[in-house]
Design a protein around this ligand. Structure first.
Ligand code: GLN
Length: 543
C-alpha cells in the first residue's frame, strides 16, 4: 500500500556550498533503495523566475527538465541519485512564487481581500509543495531550501515549512546540514557555528530533528554529544557525521551506516524497510570503485580560465555524464579543461590534443573563443580523435566542416556573425523576434523533443533504438539549406526532429567516433544508466 506523502526539509547552516543538494539527493536515494516512491523539490531564494537568465559562471549549470524548465543544478543531482525525471513543479524561486500571487491578485483570485506577504506568500509556497507531491505521487518528498539560515531571503520558505509541521507534525521532518570548520591554528573541529545556526533556525520557529555535520573529518563522540545537547536534539544519534568523501555517490552509504534512514522514518512515524531495492545502486558503486583503466578526456571551451570551482559547477552534468560512462566501461575518466582562446593565440597549440583519448565541446553561448574551438574540432576530425559535440559543439562542428571540407570560407552561425552570407547555423523568425524584443526568459527551444535516428549509423547503434527523445536548450538551429551538401560530403545527418524538420544529430563517416548533438545528452545520464552517446565516446576512446 502506498504511504501518504512525508516531507523532509533540508536546510543549510553556517555557509553555503557544503553539499545540501547532494545530502537531499542521498536522503532520497536511501528511501528509494527501500522501495519508496521519492521525489524532490529545490527552492531557490532568487527573484529570478528561473535559472535560465543567470550566468552559469556565477550560479552554476542551468539544468533543463523534460518539460523545459530552466532550473538549478541540484535538480540534476536529484535526477541522478533518484533515477527519475523531475518536472517544472519540482522547482521554485521567490520570483516564481511572487509572480503567481500577483497574477492571482490581478485576476481577483483573492476575491477582494487584502493580499499580504504573510500568510499569502507562505500559503502559495505550501500549495506548490503539495501540488508537486500530488503530481509526482511521491511517498517521500525531499525539499531543499536554498541559502543558509539567518539570511533574509529564505525566511518565507522557512515559515511555510514551519506551518506544514504545525499542521501535520508526524509528516514533516527537518534536517539541518551544517559545517564544522577546523581552524588551522587550533587543528580541531568547532561546533559553535552550528550551535548558532540551530538557534537561528529556532528563531524561525523550527527545531531541527537532525543535524548533518559536514566537515573535513569524521565527527568525534564528545562533539557529537555537545551538538545534540546544545541544539536540543532528542538523542546524540540524531547528529550524523558527513566527512568529505572521494565521490558524492558514496554519501547515501555514509548516512546509512549511521542508521539515518531508520531514524528519519521513525521520526516520520513510518517503517523504512519495505522492500530491498538497493541492488542496482550497489552494483554501480562496486563498478565505480574498481576502474581498471584511465581515459583522458579533453574538454575545450571558453570560460575555463575562471578557476576550478565555478568550472565544475557550470558543467556538472557533462562531468557526471563522462564519469558515469567511463565507469560503465570499467574505466575512470580524467578530464582536462582547455581554454579555447589558447588555440587562437597559437595556431600550433591544438597539437596538444594528441595526448588525449577523446574530445568534448560542451554547450555555450556568444563569440568568445569560438575560432579556437573550431580549430580543436578540426584537429579531432582530421586525426581520428573521438569527438562528442554538445549543442554549440554540434553547431561549431558543422561550421568547421562547411569551411574546411566544403570550402565555404565564411560559413558561420548568425549568433556570432549576423551578416554572414553562409549561415550554416541560423535563427528562425520567431526566435529572431524574441531576441529583438529582449524576450530572453524561458524562450529558447527548451525541454524534450523526439528525434528519429537513421539506421546503420554509429549513433543508432549506440542508442539501440530508432526513436529517441532528448532535452534541448538553444536558440539557433542548423540551416537545412546546407543539409544535403554536408551529408553528401560525409558529415551525415543521422537524427532529425520530423515535426519541426530540424537537424538533431550529425555524425562523420570514416571516423572512429565523431558525433554532434543539437540537444544536451548529458542531462539524461544517470549513474545507474549512463548515456549511450557518452558510452559510445568512451568505447571509442578505449579503442
Ligand atoms: N549558443 C547556441 C544556441 O543558442 C548553443 C546553445 C547551447 O550550447 N546550449 O543555439
Amino acid at each position: 500500500m502506498k504511504q501518504k506523502t512525508k516531507f523532509i526539509f533540508v536546510i543549510g547552516g553556517v555557509l553555503s556550498g557544503v553539499g545540501k543538494g547532494v545530502t537531499a539527493a542521498s536522503i532520497g536515494r536511501i528511501f528509494k533503495n527501500n522501495g519508496f516512491d521519492v521525489s524532490a523539490i529545490k527552492i531557490d531564494p532568487y527573484i529570478n523566475v528561473d535559472a535560465g537568465t543567470m550566468n552559469p559562471v556565477e550560479h552554476g549549470e542551468v539544468f533543463v527538465t523534460e518539460d523545459g524548465d530552466e532550473t538549478d543544478q541540484d535538480l540534476g543531482n536529484y535526477e541522478r541519485f533518484l533515477d527519475t525525471d523531475l518536472l517544472s513543479t519540482n522547482y521554485m524561486t521567490t520570483g516564481r512564487v511572487y509572480l503567481s500571487v500577483i497574477e492571482k491578485e490581478r485576476s481577483m483570485g483573492y476575491k477582494g481581500r487584502c493580499v499580504q506577504v504573510v500568510p499569502h506568500i507562505p500559503m502559495e509556497i505550501i500549495h506548490r509543495i503539495k501540488t508537486a507531491a500530488e503530481k509526482t505521487k511521491a511517498e517521500i518528498m525531499v525539499i531543499e531550501i536554498g541559502g543558509t539560515v539567518g539570511e533574509y531571503e529564505n525566511i518565507l520558505f522557512l515559515d511555510a515549512a514551519r506551518m506544514m509541521k504545525l499542521d501535520n507534525p508526524d509528516d514533516v521532518a527537518f534536517v539541518l546540514v551544517s559545517y564544522l570548520p577546523v581552524p588551522s591554528h587550533l587543528g580541531e573541529m568547532k561546533t559553535k557555528p552550528t550551535q548558532h545556526a540551530a538557534r537561528t533556525l529556532n528563531n524561525s520557529g523550527i527545531q531541527p530533528d537532525f543535524i548533518i555535520a559536514r566537515g573535513k573529518h569524521e565527527l568525534d563522540k564528545p562533539r557529537r554529544e555537545k551538538l545534540a545537547f546544545f541544539c536540543w536534539l532528542q538523542s546524540k544519534e540524531d547528529v550524523i557525521s558527513a566527512p568529505d568523501v572521494d565521490s558524492i555517490y558514496e554519501i547515501p552509504a555514509v548516512l546509512e551506516k549511521q542508521n539515518f534512514g531508520k531514524l528519519l522514518a521513525k521520526r516520520l512515524k513510518m517503517k523504512l524497510n519495505r522492500q530491498n531495492k538497493s541492488g542496482e545502486w550497489n552494483k554501480f558503486i562496486t563498478q565505480m570503485k574498481n576502474p581498471k583503466k584511465t581515459i583522458k578526456v579533453a574538454v575545450v571551451g571558453k570560460y575555463f580560465a575562471t578557476g576550478d570551482y565555478t568550472l565544475s559547477d557550470s558543467y556538472i552534468s557533462v562531468i557526471q555524464a563522462v564519469k558515469h560512462a567511463a565507469w560503465s566501461v570499467g574505466a575512470e575518466a580524467e578530464m582536462t579543461w582547455l581554454d579555447s582562446e589558447d588555440y587562437e593565440k597559437d595556431k600550433n597549440a591544438v597539437k596538444n590534443l594528441s595526448q588525449y583519448d577523446a574530445l568534448i565541446v560542451p554547450g555555450g553561448f556568444g563569440t568568445r573563443g569560438i575560432e579556437g574551438i573550431i580549430s580543436a574540432i578540426k584537429y579531432a576530425r582530421e586525426n581520428s580523435l573521438p569527438y562528442l559535440g554538445l549543442c554549440y559543439g554540434m553547431q561549431l562542428a558543422t561550421i568547421e566542416f562547411a569551411r574546411h571540407v566544403l570550402g565555404i570560407k565564411d560559413a558561420h552561425t548568425v549568433e556570432v556573425n549576423p551578416k554572414t552570407k553562409n549561415p550554416i547555423i541560423h535563427i528562425n523568425p520567431m526566435q529572431a523576434q524574441n531576441v529583438s524584443k529582449n524576450r530572453y526568459g524561458g524562450t529558447m527551444r527548451l525541454g524534450a523533443y523526439d528525434c528519429v535516428l537513421k539506421a546503420n549509423t554509429k549513433t543508432a547503434q549506440a542508442y539501440g533504438e530508432k526513436k529517441i527523445s532528448e532535452r534541448h536548450r538553444h536558440r539557433y538551429e542548423f540551416n537545412n539549406d546546407y543539409k544535403k551538401a554536408i551529408d553528401d560530403a560525409g558529415l551525415k545527418v543521422v537524427g532529425v526532429n520530423e515535426e519541426k524538420d530540424l537537424v538533431e544529430i550529425v555524425e562523420l563517416s570514416n571516423h572512429p567516433f565523431f558525433v554532434g548533438t543539437q540537444f544536451h545528452p548529458e542531462l539524461k545520464s544517470r549513474p545507474t544508466s549512463p548515456h549511450p552517446l557518452f558510452v559510445g565516446l568512451m568505447k571509442a576512446a578505449l579503442d
